[in-house]
Structure formats: structure tokens, C-alpha cells
Write a protein that binds this ligand. Structure first.
Ligand SMILES: NC(=O)c1ccc[n+]([C@@H]2O[C@H](COP(=O)([O-])OP(=O)(O)OC[C@H]3O[C@@H](n4cnc5c(N)ncnc54)[C@H](OP(=O)(O)O)[C@@H]3O)[C@@H](O)[C@H]2O)c1
Length: 249
């Protein structure tokens, strides 16, 4: 059975989560091979396999093109099964656009709730453009704090791009930090340890270097880093999803 860990004191997640970039976007991405977006049937099958394997964590973002909209359709009638997270700050319409104003983040979050067909997100992260410190001081940060206060989101954090940004988010007491850790990117391991000390949840992105590293070896290494709550991996292939779960059992 796939292990569950506490992401926050209220959110218990499977150690493997499903990232949804490839459900909605196949341009301006750095995957090793080009791919078509999955059909609705293929996407529904992927989610059913994820659920059968014990996965309860879905990560999405407005920056993933059609992903939020598609996910909203796919999880209709099964919202309660999923721990569902999205982001604010970046949008994608063929090009990336960043907006870290308070009003921009409020609009983005409202749109995410509509697209996902839900009245709340389990978490919402600042989708950093690389300037982590500025993003953490932005109006978008205030918007997320307010959204947590009024129940639109249960936990807030940042998808950081730098070790210093991850550390700063932990110092600020955010609930969750999403960071990159894999066998070739170890700079953020001290931040994960710091997060453990501070009771901050850690989500790992790009654990397989966006598909450039061995799945089994990478997942096994990352899952053992102290502080890591869950690894978000993106795949469109149910067989790969099974392999990835097996690597963690
Ligand atoms: N917030 C951010 O700034 C940010 C940035 C990047 C990612 N993320 C989140 O993190 C998630 C994961 O990141 P990622 O997709 O960049 O990287 P990743 O999980 O390291 O790699 C995904 C790639 O690995 C391949 N893959 C997965 N399992 C495999 C297996 N068993 N064997 C061979 N290939 C395998 C997938 O291809 P197949 O489809 O062929 O399996 C896909 O192309 C995203 O979906 C997203 O939710 C967030």
C-alpha cells in the first residue's frame, strides 16, 4: 500500500501525487519527447488508475494550460477523494504571463475554483517566476493569506525556484513549500530538513528531472530525504504510474 504522510496537520497525502502539466499543456515545456494531450478517456483512465493505486493528491495550476478545466470535469462527483492543489501568479496562453498583485491573485483563485468545480482548494501556492523573495513579499501573498482565513483554501505556500526562497518561505511560516529535489539537484535538501524542523510541508517537483532521470532511482532517493511529504510526478502513462508507485512501496 502506498504510504501516506502529513503535508500539514490537516492534510494527509499519498507520498506520490499526480502532477497535471501534461493533461493541459504540450508547448513551452522541457520534457524529453513531444507528446499529444491525452483524450478525455485516456485522462479519466489515468485518474482511475491513480486512485486504484492509492494516490489521493493532485497538483495543478493555471500555468498548465487546459489542465484545471479538464481536471474539473474529471473529478466531478469525486472531489472528496482528492487533496487538490493549484497555484496563483502564472498564467499560460501560449506564453507565460506573471501577475503577483493582490487583485490578480484573487481573480486567479476565483477562476481556479470555478474551473475545478469546487468551493475550496486544499492548498494554493505562489507560482514563482524565479524572484522568490519578491513573490513572497507580493500582494498575491496577502491574497492567499486572506483566502486561507476565509476558507477558500486550507493551506498556502510557494512553488519556489531557489534554495534561499524555500528557506525564506519556511521562516515566514508558510504551510507548504514545493521545491525541486532529484539525484542531480540536491541544493534544496537543507531546506527540506529545515521544513521538517518548522513543521512545514514539502512537495517535491521534477523528482525525475522532468523525465531525464531514472524513475525508480530518483523516487527512492527523494522519498528518503528528511522532511519530504510527497513527490509530485507527471505522467500520462498508467504503466509508468504503476512503476512509480512500486518504486515507493
Ligand atoms: N510549480 C512549478 O514551478 C512546477 C514546475 C514543474 C513541475 N511542477 C509540478 O510537478 C510535477 C512534476 O514535474 P515534471 O512533470 O516537470 O517532472 P517529473 O515528474 O520529474 O517528470 C515527468 C516526466 O517523466 C516521465 N516519467 C514519469 N514516470 C516515468 C517512468 N516510470 N518511466 C519513464 N518516464 C517516466 C513522464 O513521461 P510519461 O508521460 O511518458 O510517463 C514525464 O515526461 C508537474 O506535473 C507539476 O504538477 C511544478
Amino acid at each position: 500500500m502506498l504510504e501516506r504522510r502529513w503535508l500539514t496537520p490537516d492534510l494527509e497525502v499519498s507520498v506520490l501525487g499526480l502532477g497535471t502539466v501534461k493533461l493541459g499543456r504540450n508547448t513551452g515545456v522541457k520534457y524529453p519527447t513531444v507528446f499529444d494531450l491525452p483524450s478525455d478517456t485516456e485522462a479519466a483512465n489515468l485518474l482511475a488508475v491513480a486512485r486504484e493505486l492509492g494516490i489521493n493528491l493532485l497538483d495543478t495550476a493555471p500555468a498548465y494550460g487546459l489542465a484545471e478545466m479538464r481536471l474539473g470535469q474529471l473529478i466531478k462527483g469525486q472531489r472528496d477523494h482528492w487533496i487538490l492543489g493549484s497555484k496563483v501568479g502564472e498564467d499560460y496562453d501560449g506564453d507565460s504571463h506573471f501577475d503577483f498583485t493582490r487583485s490578480g491573485a484573487e481573480r486567479s483563485l476565483a477562476r481556479s475554483l470555478t474551473r475545478l468545480g469546487t468551493d475550496h482548494l486544499d492548498y494554493c501556492l505562489l507560482h514563482s517566476d524565479g524572484n522568490d523573495h519578491d513573490v513572497l513579499n507580493s500582494g498575491a501573498m496577502d491574497a492567499l493569506a486572506r483566502a486561507r482565513d476565509n476558507g477558500d483554501v486550507r493551506a498556502i505556500g510557494i512553488s519556489s525556484k531557489t534554495p534561499a526562497g524555500a528557506m525564506r518561505a519556511i521562516e515566514l511560516g508558510l504551510d507548504i513549500v514545493m521545491m525541486t529535489i532529484n539525484p542531480e539537484h540536491r541544493d534544496e535538501i537543507p531546506a527540506a530538513q529545515q521544513a521538517l524542523n518548522a513543521n512545514t510541508g514539502v512537495l517535491v517537483k521534477k523528482a525525475m528531472g522532468s523525465g531525464h532521470l531514472s524513475a525508480r532511482e530518483s523516487l527512492s532517493m527523494v522519498s528518503q530525504v528528511p522532511g519530504v511529504s510527497a513527490i509530485i510526478t507527471g505522467t500520462l502513462n498508467p504503466a509508468h504510474l504503476r512503476t512509480n508507485v512500486q518504486a515507493l512501496i
